[in-house]
Design a protein. Sequence first.
Length: 594
Amino acid sequence: MAQRIAAFDWSGTSLGRRETWSPSLVAAVQLLLASPSPLVMLWGQEGSMIYNDAYAVFAGGRHPFLLGKPVEVGWPEVASFNRNVVDTCLAGGTLTFKDKQLVLYREGSAEDVWMDLSYSPVIEDDGRPAGVIAIVFETTEKILAEKKRQQAEEALLQLTQTLEHRVATEVSARVSMEERLRQAQKLEAIGSLTGGVAHDFNNVLQVISANLQLIELATKSNEALQRRVAAVGTAVARGAKLASQLLAFARRQPLAPAVLRPTELVDGMSEMLRRTLPETIALDIPVRDDAWNIYADRNQLESALLNLVINSRDAIQATGSIAIRIDNVDAQRDARATHAGVPPGEYVRLSVGDTGSGMPTHVKARVFEPFFTTKAEGKGTGLGLSMVFGFVSQSAGFVDIQSAEGEGTAVDLYFPRSLAAEPRAPQSAVSREIRGGETILVVEDDAGVRIAAIDMLAQLGYKVLSAQDGDAALAIVQSGQHIDLLFTDVVMPGTVRSSELARIASGSPYNARVLFASGYTRDIIFHDGKLDEGVALIGKPYRLDDLASAVRDALEAAHAVPSVAPRANEEQVAAQTQTQAQTPTPPPQSHAAG
């Protein structure tokens, strides 16, 4: 650079010929050339440029064009900035800039450049400012790095905020799911307790009902006594209905599901539903011809819809409306189904909505609990919604309630779509004799129920044997005494379960028919909401005519081994049979028809 400066013709610049330079200018140029830092000197009013190697690197493609040129010519894009610098320093001032941003053209393209700049006057021999010395440090890399760091921090902050939002959303969803799980577990626990109570209650009702009917047969000539028996019989029927509702909530009732068209079912109920409503309440049932089929128990579904309509009626103070809607739903795409937590799949949604008073949150949380009701004493049992919940759950469906005070209530019932065709209408039953002389083995652990069943079957002309549990019954079956029908309770004590007893008795060489009786099935003889294939069941409490029909149906049915589950393996059966063989066999109790 020193050689280039020495060879440069300065005669056309404000510095004049080199031989005429003053000692002060020569000293300034020597200092500039010796500095390792980027230095540039702007001399005179024009600001003719002299600079060192370090500044030449900064100037890039413009060097050596800049040498000796006025600063406005060398850097025209920042001419006004440099003119202010020259004027300020020639007036005796100084300037300092930290991270000054300028747009410069380097290598033929515009760049945003950041620099630390210091400007000081160069004093001539006569003491006046004659030029400007500039120290230039480019800080572009540092600034860009800082900007990247800031952008990264902002991105991290945004990610953190987004993450916090996502975590809050997930936590909220988890809390909601845990609350649903707690509610489900609570209802399941209440259901198990309720089912057990219903079982014992049904046994008591069966003893009362059976003996009442036998008394009724024996006192036909006593009208006064007949009236009293009829009154007690009505009370027993009410108790049986209550127990049935309890079992519906507990999801322990044996259903008789079939493929249904919900539109036809609702249409068939419409007239009856309208009769349950006063004229001030309108019932809206839109026509829906393309609704999918479902697989459910018709009687239970009709009862559920009737319960919901009655609840809606009672929630409307004066005037209002009730709507029953049927929709085909894809749970993954339907907002209401997603909000209700319905698993993916295709469903038919039956919704009963009203414009009534709605429910507060604390009431909504308990509506499915048995015996919980907000109605006045004597106006409701509190079993309507619990029965609906149990029935729909047992049918592999889901229930959701949307309600708020003053905004009405909507209850959605979701049933899985059925792709099966509707069955043909059943043919009318053929009248037949309901009495018989076959041999029936009654197996019942409750002595009162067992004796009542024996008396009823004897009244119908059957020969009756009895056993108090499965172990004693198996001994009778294996004793070789001929048995036409095994009539057994579903839930019994002992090592031999009723399902295993039925499998052995109905198999070779015994080939007996099987009829189960129960007030509480506990999933032993029905699964997925329906009776297992080949299983005949009569529910407690049963009447004499119901028992007569059920026994004849079981005796006259095509022989098949009941599909009871779970089945023991052959080793278990053999071991169990050997155990029974080693146990002394009690003599069978025989009860001839009277």
